[in-house]
Design a protein around this ligand. Sequence first.
Ligand SMILES: NC(=O)C1=CN([C@@H]2O[C@H](COP(=O)(O)OP(=O)(O)OC[C@H]3O[C@@H](n4cnc5c(N)ncnc54)[C@H](O)[C@@H]3O)[C@@H](O)[C@H]2O)C=CC1
Ligand SMILES: NCC(=O)COP(=O)(O)O
Length: 374
Amino acid sequence: MSTTYPLTKTSSINVKPSSASLVVTTGEPAGIGMDILLQLAMQQKLGELSYPLIVLADEAALQQRFELIYGSGVSKLSGPLWQRIESVNDLQQISGQTKGNALPQFYLLHVGCAEPVVAGQLNVNNAAMVVQQLQIAHQWAASGAASAIVTGPLQKSVLIDAGITLEDGGMFTGHTEFFMQKSGCQKVVMMLANSAMKVALVTIHMPLRQVADAITADNVRQTVRIVLNDLRQKFGLPNPKILVCGLNPHAGEDGHLGTEEMDIINPVLREFQQQGANISLAMPADTLFTTRHLQDCDAVIAMYHDQGLPVLKSHGFGDTVNLTLGLPYIRTSVDHGTALDLAGNSATSDVQPSSSSLWQALIMAEAMVHSQQK
Ligand SMILES: NC(=O)C1=CN([C@@H]2O[C@H](COP(=O)(O)OP(=O)(O)OC[C@H]3O[C@@H](n4cnc5c(N)ncnc54)[C@H](O)[C@@H]3O)[C@@H](O)[C@H]2O)C=CC1
Ligand SMILES: NCC(=O)COP(=O)(O)O
C-alpha cells in the first residue's frame, strides 16, 4: 500500500521532553547530504536519538530528493518524516502539545535555494544557501539554543567560485575554519575518529607547499594543548596516550632529511612530557600507523591532512566522524564529501545506517551533549 504526500504534517506534535537539540546542516544541495538524512529517517533511526533533530534544508529540494530515491509511492512510511518549524524557539513552544500524533523523524527549518536543485549538478547560485545554513547553525549553537552542530558535506569549490569567503576575508576552506572564525577562536583542531583510531591534524586545508612553514612551535603547542584538553573533557580520558608524527620521512633521519623535528616539534613535545603528558616525540609516520603502535594509543597527531586521513579512512571510510576540537560548542561531521555521483541515486537507499558516517556523527554529538549535561 502506498502513502501519499505531503511528507510533512502541520498539526500539533510531540517533542521529546528535553531542552537539548541537535542542529543538522545538509550542506551542498546537489550532493549526498539530504540523501543520507532521508535514508536514516526512512529506517526510523532518527527517532532513536535522545534529542530532537533540527535539519536545515530547502524543503522543495528535500521532497524532490525523496521522490528520486524512493519513488512517489512509499509503503514503509508509518509516520511523518519531518515537521516544518520556523525557528528554533518553535521547538520549545510545541513541546507541551501532546495530541497523540506520531513524532516526526526530524524538524525542518527551510533554508531556501535561489534556484531549483538538480541532484549531482553544482549550481554556484545556490552556494549562498549553503553558507546560510552554517550561519544559522553557528548562531544557535553559540547562543545555546542548539546543543550541537552536525554537518553534512559541502562543496568547498562551489562556495569559493561563488565568491564566498571566511569571516577574515580569506578563502573558504571548510566548516572547521568557518566555525573557528565565527567563534572568535585563534586555533581549533580537526580530528577524525573511528573505532580503529583517532587522528588530529596540526595543519588542515592548505597546499602541501605551505605545510612546512605552518609547522611552528606555537601551532604544534596549541594543537597538543587542545587535543589533550578535549580528549580529557569530551572523551573522558584523564591521561590519554598520544603519538605524534614527524613531518619528514623517518622523522627527519637525525636532521639529514629535514630539521623540523629537531628544531620545532620535539622541543614542544618535551615541554608536554615534562608536564607529565603521555606523549611521544616525533615518530616516523609510516611506522607509527602500524598495529603495534596504534593498539595502546588514544590518539595520533599528524602534521598534515593527507599524512593522517588516508590511513584512518582506509580503516573505516563511511563510519568515521570528523569533529572540531577547541570550539565553544560541539561540532561533528561526516567523513565523506558531497559524492555528486551518488546524489539522488536510488541505489543508495539501502545503505546500512550503522555504517553511515552521518549516523556516527549524530550519536557522537548526542553522547557529547549527554556527558555535558551530567
Ligand atoms: N564534510 C565535508 O563537508 C567534506 C567535504 N568534502 C568536499 O566534497 C567534495 C568532493 O570531494 P571528494 O574528494 O570527491 O570526496 P567524496 O567523499 O565526495 O567522494 C569520493 C568517493 O567516495 C564516494 N563516497 C563518498 N561518500 C560516500 C558514501 N557515503 N557512501 C559511499 N561512497 C561514498 C564517492 O562516490 C566518490 O567515489 C569536495 O569539494 C570536498 O572539499 C570532502 C570531505 C568532507
Ligand atoms: N577532510 C575533511 C574535510 O575536508 C572536511 O573539512 P570541514 O569542512 O569539516 O572543515
